[in-house]
Design a protein around this ligand. Structure first.
Ligand SMILES: C[S@@+](CC[C@H](N)C(=O)[O-])C[C@H]1O[C@@H](n2cnc3c(N)ncnc32)[C@H](O)[C@@H]1O
Length: 208
């Protein structure tokens, strides 16, 4: 499994996450990032091209998989903003309290084993006036699709790096204490419905 996860999966994930319709969604979300950014589960760095160099000073790319970091090398080299790797999981963010202006989460909350602990860490490092930007796939609002997501997830996650198809993204973000200030849900055109129900939005820390 180690060979598959470190050598094969980074290519599969990079391809799947670079579909044209997904890139269009990334282009709507990523340019909203400002200041010091923490991108959790940065993967192959597909988002890097969309950061606005005029308003982002540094991106911490938190990514525990060495294979994904290797796959990201070209995107990091071509990035319009400085990038610093953090090779730890989202449950153990090694940054100070209130130290980042933006946390960016794209297609990552599905995979983090302890999503609640990771979100608590993101809230901890976010500045009081900072923002969590998210673009995540998860639990469909359509009961039939959700039933299939529940059926398929146990097998799917074994081959998809731990990805859950059925996480209720907005609920998880709210339960972590964030206030969701903007939320849109949609099926990514052309993607299978079980994996293509997307939550896109922004959230703030009301305790900040
Ligand atoms: C589907 S990929 C998405 C990558 C990237 N965010 C994107 O939008 O293309 C999920 C990423 O989450 C990373 N990941 C897995 N476990 C994690 C954890 N505990 N904390 C942070 N990231 C994790 C994986 O290594 C992988 O790069």
């Amino acid at each position: 499994m180690h060979f598959y996860e470190e050598k094969v999966l980074p290519f599969i994930i990079d391809k799947a996450c670079s579909m044209g319709q997904i890139l269009k969604l990334r282009q709507q979300v990523v340019p909203r990032a400002k200041g010091v950014v923490l991108e959790v589960g940065m993967g192959s760095g597909i988002n890097l091209q969309y950061y606005d160099a005029g308003q982002v000073s540094l991106v911490y790319g938190l990514e525990p998989s060495e294979g994904m970091r290797r796959k990201a090398a070209n995107n990091v080299a071509a990035a319009p903003v400085p990038v610093e790797w953090v090779d730890l999981p989202g449950e153990a963010i090694p940054l100070a309290d209130n130290s980042v202006d933006t946390v960016l989460l794209t297609f990552t909350l599905c995979t983090i084993p302890d999503a609640k602990a990771a979100l608590a860490q993101m809230k901890r490092v976010l500045k009081p006036d900072g923002e969590l930007l998210f673009l995540e796939h998860g639990q469909s609002s359509d009961a039939r699709v959700h039933t299939w997501q529940n059926r398929i997830t146990p097998t799917w996650k074994r081959f998809a790096g731990g990805c859950h198809l059925n996480r209720p993204i907005d609920v998880l973000i709210r339960e972590a204490g964030f206030e969701v200030t903007e939320l849109e849900t949609l099926y990514v055109p052309g993607a299978p419905k079980i994996a293509g129900y997307v939550y896109q939005g922004r959230a703030t820390n009301p305790d900040g």
